[in-house]
Design a protein around this ligand. Structure first.
Ligand code: TXA
Ligand code: MG
Length: 308
């Protein structure tokens, strides 16, 4: 398929420029993973500390095997989830494909095959690994539409590729497969399915070397966030979950039917919408902790400043 926008964006990547790339999880700010100068421009655009490494996006499992050492557990997860919202951290194999800066100097690499057709077309047209963090400025909610991504870091990108509203709406789940399997970040792939495939996951906890991302405050709108709210106080915006909630100005539903996938899909964009009203706080209804609820609650507690 010849698509001039994708061809142009692939050429931008080859020339060391940044591109806003849609994925099924969130929009990313993409660069050639092998090009240290281009990767440095990502850290600068995001205001991201350079100890927090980036995910290398590749087109398929073979390309992942070429850059990372994937063991039998990794193969099983890749088989079940790729293309899709799972990132695997594994020992690095090809240090030239994903430069030191993209890995924050670690001897491991985070790899993922995204499921969005525009992302896959871009990666294939480019022909190498694409480093892409979420396209927000560091510490802000991830963008789930091109317009939100352009607002955040568009000024630093040569091109923004349109991919519609992200289907999943939360970042990928990150699993560590260097030694004992570790749960590094809740995300679009639920824990229950992963543990069925490879057994119980350890918690990386406070080991900053393994979970550099946890040191960074995350996902915060400008307004304070109040969790487990039964309803809004005067002056607050409110995100409800489940049936029987009226919509009114300043009140938004994460899912009228109590569907966790729908709530994940809407979460970041409703946080942004509510934030634009300039409320005294954004109150959020309780969200059940199973399936995608774990990742939703992780993002909400970070937004509320309770973690990280
Ligand atoms: O869904 C996603 O994962 C999106 C889209 C664009 O693919 N990307 C994304 O990237 O969320 P970012 O940079 O915002 O988050 C990457 C996470 C961070 O928490 C980082 O610390 C962790 O992955 N990570 C990356 N490389 C790692 C490594 N070698 N060891 C441990 N954690 C790593
Ligand atoms: Mg991010």
């Amino acid at each position: 398929m010849f698509d001039p926008a994708i061809d142009r964006a692939a050429d931008d990547l080859k020339q060391g420029r940044l591109v806003i790339m849609p994925t099924e999880t969130v929009y990313g700010l993409a660069a050639d993973a092998s090009n240290a100068a281009a990767v440095a421009a990502i850290y600068q655009a995001k205001g991201r500390p350079s100890f927090n490494p980036l995910i290398a996006h590749v087109a398929d499992l073979d390309a992942a095997r070429a850059i990372a050492v994937l063991d039998e557990r990794a193969e099983r997860l890749a088989d079940a989830f790729w293309p899709g919202p799972l990132t695997i951290v594994a020992p690095i194999r090809d240090t030239s494909a994903v430069c030191d800066l993209a890995r924050a100097g670690l001897d491991t690499v985070a790899v993922r095959v995204p499921a969005h057709p525009v992302a896959l077309a871009l990666i294939k047209a480019f022909g190498g690994a694409v480093a892409a963090p979420s396209a927000n400025r560091s510490g802000r909610p991830s963008p789930t539409t091109l317009a939100d991504a352009m607002d955040e870091t568009g000024a630093f990108a040569a091109e923004g590729l349109q991919g519609g509203a992200c289907q999943i709406g939360l970042e990928s789940t990150v699993i560590g497969l260097v030694g004992q399997p570790l749960w590094l970040r809740a995300g679009g792939a639920p824990r229950e399915r992963i543990e069925t495939l490879i057994g119980p996951l350890g918690d990386a906890g406070a080991d900053a070397r393994r979970t550099p991302g946890r040191l960074v405050a995350h996902y915060a709108p400008d307004a304070p966030v109040r969790l487990n709210a039964k309803g809004p106080e005067p002056g607050e915006a409110y995100l409800s979950f489940g049936a029987g909630e009226e919509t009114a100005p300043g009140r938004f539903s994460l899912s009228e039917t109590g569907d966790l996938s729908q709530a994940a899909q809407r979460l970041f964009s409703l946080l942004r919408t509510a934030d634009r009203l300039g409320p005294s706080a954004i109150a959020v209804a309780p969200i059940p902790e199973h399936d995608l609820g774990e990742a939703i609650n992780d993002r909400l507690s970070r937004a509320a400043g309770k973690v990280g």
